[in-house]
Design a protein around this ligand. Structure first.
Ligand code: NDP
Length: 494
């Protein structure tokens, strides 16, 4: 049985209960993991709170060294961590090898950014004074992570949180706790005890007590809109700070001035990467009418050519979905679309030849419109509905017809289209001719219901630092405007 990482040691749950982690490709049980509860969450928060004083005052260079060491350990254990993520999450190994490298790069980035500055000096309002804006860590940060990028989305929180001087408690998804527990062992164990803690378990039993614990200062959450609302509500009751990275329903606009072969390859990848289980998956396509027939035909050809199979094997583009519940949600959504008149051009079924595993064929639909939940709600699955539009104005109007605003994509070579769309489409990230590329130095996050706060970039560090204004008078002189008031010195207004 696996154990949780609390206060620098591996421990079981107080309740001694466990849950099972299942391989979505084979449906085999991979491991039993502690089903953490309120008491375990409290232990982890106390451990983090206990480590905070030492960690926050550690010199920047020393802290940077320790964070670089996390990055080096990730790289050293890259294949092992990637295999574990593939086994528990179903993402093809080639993608998880990349994910581990991105995790390492994120720790390297914040190791340096974290020691760059601690605020700023501002001009005082009087002579003989100094004014500082000092940046401070919050204290204990609860990092609640989903299953689709278990280590990357953990790193986007933990690396800047630690670099800012906070201590953390990580709650991985119940579907993908194994890679995080292994990270604790191979990449976090050199850190002082309590600086990083991992509590495994279900959202309500282990995640919720972390968000409500009086010593948790900030909650960094990535997950669905529904859970995000719940977390935000609980955080508000305790007046806790929150960073929310929630769902998306990203639009993908294709203009008539592009090389369609390139645009189609980019579009198919943006739709089906990780079986569409990416918060920034392209979930709806708007294609200019003059190129729509060719685009759709090429899109279907490319989709049919995708290779579904064992995600650990070579020559595989798509693995299974995370779990039966997620596959069922996609099936229901497609069925609902069909009933409303959508046409399935390919996919729309479980692939033949897979007795086990939560596999599903990548699906392309046309004859869709904005009355269908398929276009308006997050699907989080391998589904690409394509609508034909007259031009850039209609495409942007439809792109904005969503409660979300996480990412958006545009394929064009026209500067006019670029600037028209970039200034109008509501999205935290706007990709032009290269979908879904993240950059450690650039902020990532959502507008509208996709959340608030940003991860990555300098904004991603600020999210984990509180602000203090320090006013210093170095003369120790009495001020003429103190008691007793003297009207002769009052500022004249007439
Ligand atoms: P969930 O919202 O179901 O879960 C996210 C995390 O929250 C999990 O660790 C979950 O634990 C935990 N959790 C569940 N209930 C509570 C609670 N009451 N209190 C505290 N924690 C809780 O999301 P999924 O894991 O299903 O992830 C998919 C969603 O994440 C999609 O909507 C996707 O768009 C979004 N996402 C957003 C990203 C972004 O950056 N904006 C990036 C990636 C995904 P458990 O798993 O045990 O239930």
């Amino acid at each position: 049985m696996k154990k949780m990482w609390i206060g620098g040691e591996f421990v079981g749950s107080h309740s001694e209960k466990t849950f099972r982690v299942v391989n979505p490709a084979t449906e085999e049980i991979l491991a039993e993991v502690p089903r953490g509860d309120r008491n375990d969450a409290a232990d982890a928060v106390e451990a983090a709170a206990g480590a905070f004083e030492e960690w926050r005052f550690m010199p920047g260079v020393e802290r940077a060294d320790l964070l670089h060491h996390v990055a080096a350990a990730c790289r050293h254990h890259r294949t092992e961590l990637a295999r574990l993520m593939t086994q528990e999450g179903g993402k093809p190994l080639i993608e998880n090898l990349d994910e581990v490298e991105w995790v390492a790069a994120c720790f390297d980035f914040y190791a340096q950014v974290g020691r760059d500055q601690k605020g700023r000096v501002i001009p005082p309002v009087q002579r003989d004074q100094f004014n500082f804006v000092v940046k401070e860590p919050y204290g204990v940060v609860a990092c609640i992570v989903p299953w689709n990028y278990p280590l990357l989305l953990m790193a986007w929180k933990v690396a800047p949180a630690l670099a800012a001087g906070n201590c953390v408690v990580i709650k991985p998804s119940e579907y993908t706790p194994l890679s995080t527990l292994r990270m604790a062992e191979c990449a976090f164990s050199h850190l002082p005890s309590g600086v990083v803690n991992v509590v495994t378990g279900y959202g309500v039993e282990a995640g919720e007590p972390l968000t409500t614990h009086p010593k948790t200062d900030l909650i960094a959450f990535t997950g669905s809109l529904a859970t995000g609302k719940k977390v935000a509500g609980l955080a508000a009751l305790g007046m806790k700070k929150i960073n929310l990275e929630l769902g998306g329903n990203d639009p993908f606009i294709v203009c008539d001035d592009v090389d369609l072969d390139v645009a189609v390859r980019g579009a198919v990848w943006a739709a089906f990467l990780n079986m569409g289980q990416v918060c920034t998956s392209a979930e709806r396509f708007y294609v200019f009418e003059s190129v729509a027939d060719t685009f759709i035909q090429k899109f279907v050809e490319r989709t049919r050519a995708l290779r579904i199979g064992d995600p650990l094997g070579p020559d595989v583009d798509l693995g299974p979905m995370i779990a039966e519940f997620q596959r069922k949600k996609v099936e229901d959504k497609i069925e609902e679309g069909r009933r409303a008149g959508a046409k399935v051009l390919c996919g729309g079924q479980r692939p033949p030849g897979f007795a086990k595993g939560f596999y599903y064929e990548p699906t392309v639909l046309t004859s869709v419109d904005h009355t269908m939940p398929l276009m308006k709600e997050e699907t989080f699955g391998p589904v690409a509905p394509i609508m034909v539009v007259k031009g850039i104005e209609e495409a942007c109007r439809l792109a904005n017809d969503s409660i979300y605003g996480l990412g958006a994509n545009l394929y064009t070579t026209s500067l006019e289209h670029v600037f028209y769309a970039m200034e109008r489409v509501k999205a935290g990230t706007f990709w032009i001719n290269d979908p879904l590329t993240d950059n450690d130095a650039g902020p990532f996050g959502g507008m509208r219901a996709s959340g608030f706060g940003r991860e990555l970039g300098s904004e991603g560090l600020e999210a984990f630092r509180d602000t203090k204004h320090v006013h210093l008078d170095y003369k120790l002189s009495s001020k003429p405007y103190w008691f007793p008031y003297d009207w002769s010195k009052a500022r004249k207004t007439e």
